[in-house]
Ligand binder design. Structure first.
Ligand code: BGC
Length: 377
């Protein structure tokens, strides 16, 4: 009933799977030894057709991938038409298989020329981003309807500028807020430009939202109210008039003043399916279509993923029954990927990648997901 025309699939991002990317801030940080290097990654650049065959075989009718900015704009203002054509081929390869492409224009990594000149600290960064977004959409716009301008603005700003974990490895409150407002501006400009070029395009962001809860302590309760607003809603409120949909990535559950006993993933992250319901219910009042653009876990032995999928999809259905207009679910990830500062240890893939031979192997949970898709379509 509810699930006709629903998009079911998985997500990836360019630097995490493609391989061979050298001229971005992550590769540069990797070369200094401060962070792991992605190197050849899963060589999705060579294997994308094969990987999409697997996605089709697994019953997916949608796939989210990202564009590597440093490849498309290797020097400021100069675009590499061949790379853009390559991404067009990627989008077409999906459509040929009956899979709807969802394109993330920017997923965390910055071209070196941009990061070296200040990145999003630059006064003109919103315009710089918009020029890039415009170019991408001018090439892909005919094939692709769904665009995600920015992946997880708060994660990018907090890991890079507050916690000092990700490039540019800074710890500055001032810059954290500066980056957030530049990203907001960048999204708004890009949204307006894209809609001007392709009014039928559907544009939004992917926002990492957390299920914040508290114990009965009033201080913890207030803290939770603040966090829900600051982390989950503030950015979405600011871009309210500049999004066709609300995109949610859900991974985390935080309880102030206590711990619920939860199973955990290989990375120690709590597995808390009800949190998916809460974060979806929280964005109902925006009255827009909602997509779950990421949700998944590191589970190398594949012993928890099937149950994870089952229980999270149950909660997603519950949110829909409560009136949240969810239109799609993208599992993270289709294939094993480079997990940022954690390197290649964590295994998020529905499909296992042997990084030596590049052989792909479908994990049993991917077949459970296939069945869930069939049952719910
Ligand atoms: C990011 C992905 C990442 C995933 C798992 C999300 O925050 O968008 O790039 O791999 O979480 O950590």
């Amino acid at each position: 009933m509810l699930y006709k025309d629903f998009f079911w699939g998985a997500a990836t991002s360019a630097y995490q799977v493609e391989g061979g990317v050298e001229a971005n801030d992550w590769a540069a940080a990797g070369r200094t030894g401060l962070l792991p290097l992605a190197g050849r990654a899963a060589d999705h650049r060579s294997f994308f057709q094969h990987d999409f065959d697997i996605a089709r075989e697994l019953g997916h009718n949608a796939h989210r991938f990202s564009i590597e900015w440093s490849l498309v704009e290797p020097e400021e203002g100069r675009f590499d038409e061949k790379e853009l054509e390559r991404y067009l081929t990627v989008a077409k390869a999906l459509k040929e298989r009956g899979i709807e492409p969802f394109v993330t224009i920017w997923h965390f990594t910055l071209p070196l020329w941009f990061s070296k000149t200040g990145g999003f600290k630059r006064k003109d960064s919103a315009e710089v981003f918009c020029r890039y977004a415009r170019k991408v959409v001018s090439v892909l716009g005919g094939e692709v309807k769904f665009f995600i301008t920015i992946n997880e603005p708060l994660v990018f700003a907090s890991n890079g500028f507050l916690k000092g974990k990700w490039p540019p490895l800074e710890k500055s409150f001032l810059n954290f807020f500066k980056i957030l407002s530049r990203l907001e501006e960048a999204h708004k400009l890009a949204f307006t430009a894209i809609k001007g070029m392709f009014p039928e395009a559907q544009v939004g962001i992917a926002k990492n939202n957390i299920d914040f809860e508290s114990n009965a302590n009033p201080l913890n309760f207030l803290k939770t109210i603040f966090l829900r607003w600051f982390w989950n809603r503030r950015f979405l409120d600011k871009i309210f008039d500049y999004q066709d949909f609300v995109g949610i990535n859900y991974y985390f559950y935080r309880k102030s003043g206590g711990k619920e006993k939860c199973e955990t993933s290989d990375m120690g992250w709590a597995i808390h399916p009800k949190g998916l319901y809460s974060v979806l219910r929280e964005v109902k009042f925006y009255q827009k279509p909602v997509y779950v653009f990421e949700n998944g876990l590191a589970d190398k032995a594949d012993v928890k993923r099937a149950e994870f999928l089952r229980t999270h999809i149950e909660e997603l259905k519950r949110a829909m029954e409560d009136g949240v207009s969810v239109r799609g679910y993208f599992h993270w990830s289709l294939i094993d990927n480079f997990e940022w500062d954690e390197g290649f240890g964590p295994r998020f893939g529905l499909v296992e990648v042997n990084y030596k031979t590049m052989e792909r192997k479908i994990r049993p949970s991917a077949l459970v997901y296939k069945k869930l898709i069939q049952e719910n379509s």
